[in-house]
Unconditional design. Structure first.
Length: 118
């Protein structure tokens, strides 16, 4: 079991920046990857970005490429999401997730609200 705690959400004007942090505890030794997901009201959950610990490979949703950067420190069991040039459509609850099974995110944090005003 992996426990995840997010921090860093808040409100910002369009064009601004926020940095989300996620700290993992528990059976982190078995974590293959970590990622950030978001869900806006009335919409399905979307994978925003993920990082694979084996080679630090990253992937991003097309909607955030060039604006968001995921990074992490496996030794510290921490992952970050730097969000720049934020848009109102980025408004959502952002959740951290960990994959203890290859190719499947199966542990989730509570989520943190990000609100971008125009």
């Amino acid at each position: 079991q992996v426990q995840l705690v997010e921090s860093g959400g808040g409100s910002v004007q369009a064009g601004g920046s926020l940095r989300l942090s996620c700290a993992a505890s528990g059976r982190t030794v078995s974590t293959y990857a970590m990622g950030w997901f978001r869900q806006a009201p009335g919409k399905e959950r979307e994978r925003v970005a993920s990082i694979r610990w084996s080679d630090s490979g990253t992937s991003y949703a097309d909607s955030v490429k060039g604006r968001f950067t995921i990074s992490g420190d496996k030794a510290k069991n921490t992952v970050y999401l730097q969000m720049n040039s934020l848009k109102p459509e980025d408004t959502a609850v952002y959740s951290c997730a960990a994959a203890t099974i290859p190719s499947e995110f199966d542990s989730w944090g509570q989520g943190t609200q990000v609100t971008v005003s125009s």
